[in-house]
Write a protein that binds this ligand. Structure first.
Ligand SMILES: [Fe+2]
Length: 300
């Protein structure tokens, strides 16, 4: 394994998101074990670079692949040899991997540690739920991925990506308080059982609020509300349901339809989209469904 020697020289414009091709020669990496700094991002990966209020700097150097960024509603294509970095950004920037990418990330300090610590708290609850029902954690991970993909194509909600990040993964964490015999019941729930099941939204709200605050808790609280007011637990209507809850609702329903479980054969992508469209404007936001379709097309 060779040693990469990369660090920026002084003349980069740190207010600029994007470095130009050929900047690799301006970097020195003192890490000998640079393989551990390389992130593999398969085609279709959607993520974001978030604003950070410390002096930490992260540079990312694209070794292979093509990544598309949204910068003020415009798209910028970066490829091998280009760089991007977190520093002095005044807004979150989303990206999408167009061709399988390998990216070398260089940090001046531990970058994601606070995210990871935050996530660990309720992640243990999801891991325990997974042992009971065999899918909740995986479902939540898929839903978060879908939510980021949808948001990318919506071109809205970027300022709340951190809120979405946590609300999406923990939207069903309240199921931990539902009796397993109801959670795992293979057939149709009785009216009484369904009422108990519906309580998971409120449990989710309470559990998230305690650790992550009101804003994130409120987004997750609304994920079973419907535009026509027939959802639960509060029967909110249209704009009373926040955009990010409408995003989670579509991702959640889509994933539940396409996944195959012991008692459920997954629908095809086309049939699931057809079902979402059948419920658009009554249950789901049509522009969110359109964004989901755009995202799914990029995964072909
Ligand atoms: Fe749910």
């Amino acid at each position: 394994m060779g040693e990469l020697s990369f660090i920026f020289k002084d003349n980069y414009d740190k207010n600029n998101l994007v470095g130009v091709n050929g900047d690799a020669s301006c970097l020195i990496c003192k890490e000998k074990d640079f393989e551990s700094l390389i992130e593999i991002m398969p085609k279709g990966t959607v993520g974001y670079i978030y604003t950070i209020q410390t002096n930490l700097v992260e540079f990312s150097y694209i070794l292979e692949g093509i990544i598309e960024f949204i910068d003020n509603q415009e798209t910028i294509i970066l490829k091998a040899g280009d760089i991007y970095f977190h520093h002095s950004l005044n807004q979150n920037h989303m990206f999408r991997v167009i061709e399988d990418a390998r990216v070398l990330n260089l940090n001046t300090g531990p970058y994601y540690s606070s995210y990871e610590e935050d996530e660990n708290h309720l992640m243990t609850v999801l891991e325990n739920l997974q042992k009971v029902d065999g899918d909740t954690l995986n479902h939540c991970i898929r839903v978060r991925r879908l939510c980021l993909g949808i948001t990318y194509f919506l071109r809205e909600g970027f300022e709340q990506l951190d809120d979405l990040y946590f609300a999406a993964i923990f939207h069903d964490v309240g199921k931990a308080k539902i009796p397993p015999e109801i959670l795992m019941k293979p057939g149709k729930l009785t009216t009484e059982e369904y009422e108990i099941m519906k309580e998971h939204s409120r449990y989710t709200y309470e559990m998230i609020k305690e650790r992550y605050g009101e804003t994130i808790a409120e987004i997750a609280f609304q994920h079973h509300e419907k535009l026509d007011g027939t959802g639960y637990p509060r029967g909110l209507k249209e704009n009373e349901i926040c955009l990010l809850a409408r995003v989670i609702a579509v991702a959640d329903a889509y994933d539940a339809m396409v996944v195959t479980r012991p008692y459920h054969v997954g629908k095809s992508i086309q049939d699931a989209i057809k079902e979402l469209r059948r419920c658009q404007d009554t249950q789901f936001d049509s522009k969110v469904i359109t964004a989901l379709e755009s995202y799914l097309r990029t995964l072909d």
